[in-house]
Design a protein around this ligand. Structure first.
Ligand code: SDX
Length: 383
């Protein structure tokens, strides 16, 4: 009888590949995209430039940036049938189900979906980076029974998303906030949805199939869905003075507080720090009473969770905790948060597909069998 091996449930701590796209330092709370700290990119770059960096491994020259951005901006509109399916699903489906379905349809417009030439893959990824924000915005419009708003060519990808969603051109501050959220959500090594994308890509399925796998995976509340769940919790708390009681009771009931904890970060998620600082800056811009209330709840929850579980269990705020209140500064509804995560993370998913196909290997782990063997088959009449 062979010895039972050590089993790493959830592949915890298992290295499955080498990659030069991003590094997550969980002990020190640091994150780099292609060697650049996420703080430096958040402060000095923009989403289009970060997409170029992730896909190509270097910052673009002005000419490269202009050509890349123009390509993205020219592909943002949606085919009629895609708008139709979003309209059909909007009254009864969660926006993440619409994102998954509408994105999957895009393969119909690609006359060579299985072409895996590097340039062809990059081109498909650029199309998806351009179209996913429009699918998210159209989903938000149709859910509110409003008309589709075509893209505005004078706006960046993140600002155009906000314009297509709200019908209003974003203010300078809103443009900075939405660009920040697109940059911070763009890439994070082999998180569950990126790994799901790679498992699908490793079978040599096409980019659309791999992306659809990623969207399905990102939906879960343990992953991308935590931002919406964290806001729901803050709304359930309602009055900031209820915060401590609510959290204590939830923890006593062995509930997980959404927006806290991380498989890799065992200290403060550097992205959460940035979101929190911009959320506090929004206080200087006459925020709504709702945002003020949410921020008070969030800061009290943060203090309690860090005091109780920070140093003892390495459970700290992650990117999803302060995201909700910041999206509310822009008037975005909770169910739209994870679709924004999808629209941004397409840059990371696409970069990993491009990199992985340079040295493809089918992903196929093993499991330790605990069942019986060689049982005698008993015909149904004798059971
Ligand atoms: C994202 O991986 C990435 O990079 C993801 C991401 C990205 O950019 O792609 O960073 C984005 O998904 C961030 C995480 C969003 N998810 C949440 O906020 C959901 C709440 N968090 C958790 O459920 C949890 O922290 C996970 C799932 C994120 C990570 O959990 P692990 O590493 O699998 O650890 P675990 O679930 O085994 O928990 C270990 C202990 C348990 O207690 P014990 O059974 O040991 O007593 O910590 C506890 C857990 O109950 N715990 C929590 C908690 N998270 C873990 N307790 C209360 N609240 C929490 N949030």
């Amino acid at each position: 009888m062979t010895e039972k091996p050590v089993i790493n449930y959830g592949l915890e701590g298992i290295y499955v590949d080498e990659s030069a796209i991003s590094k997550v330092d969980g002990q020190n709370g640091k994150l780099w995209y292609r060697g650049y700290s996420v703080e430096s990119l958040a402060e000095q770059s923009n989403f289009e430039e970060v997409c170029y960096l992730l896909l190509n491994g270097k910052l673009p020259s002005k000419a490269e940036y202009d050509e890349f951005s123009r390509k993205l901006w020219n592909r943002r509109d949606l085919p009629a049938e895609v708008k139709d399916i979003i309209k059909v699903m909007a009254p009864r489906s969660h926006p993440m189900d619409i994102m998954r379905t509408a994105t999957s349809m895009l393969v119909m417009y690609d006359n060579d979906p299985n072409n895996k030439e590097n340039s062809a893959t990059l081109d498909k990824v650029i199309t998806l980076i351009a179209k996913l924000p429009s699918i998210a915005a159209a989903t938000g419009r149709f859910r509110e029974k409003k008309e589709y708003i075509p893209p505005d060519d004078s706006l960046s990808i993140p600002s155009n998303f906000l314009y297509m969603l709200t019908g209003k051109k974003p203010t300078k501050f809103e443009s900075k906030l939405i660009d920040l959220m697109f940059i911070l959500h763009a890439e994070h090594s082999t998180n569950a949805s990126t790994f799901s994308v790679l498992v699908t890509a490793s079978t040599l399925a096409d980019v659309y199939a791999a992306t659809t796998s990623g969207i399905g995976t990102l939906k879960g509340p343990l992953h991308g869905g935590a931002d919406e769940a964290a806001l729901s919790m803050m709304n359930a708390i309602g009055n900031p003075d209820n915060t401590e009681k609510y959290i204590e009771e939830a923890l006593e009931g062995k509930q997980r507080i959404m927006g806290f904890g991380h498989r890799v970060y065992k200290t403060y998620d550097p992205r959460a720090k940035l979101v929190r600082s911009y959320l506090e800056e929004s206080l200087t811009k006459e925020p709504s009473d709702e945002v003020r209330r949410l921020l008070q709840i969030a800061l009290r929850a943060e203090k309690l969770m860090i005091d109780k579980l920070g140093s003892t269990k390495g459970i700290w705020p992650n990117i999803d905790f302060f995201a909700g209140p910041l999206y509310r500064v822009m008037g975005i509804e909770g169910q739209m948060f994870t679709p924004i995560f999808v629209a941004s993370r397409m840059a990371g998913w696409g970069s990993h597909i491009v990199e992985y196909w340079h040295n493809n290997k089918l992903v196929r782990p093993v499991e330790w069998y605990t069942g019986q063997l060689d049982l005698k088959y008993i015909p149904m009449s004798e059971r």
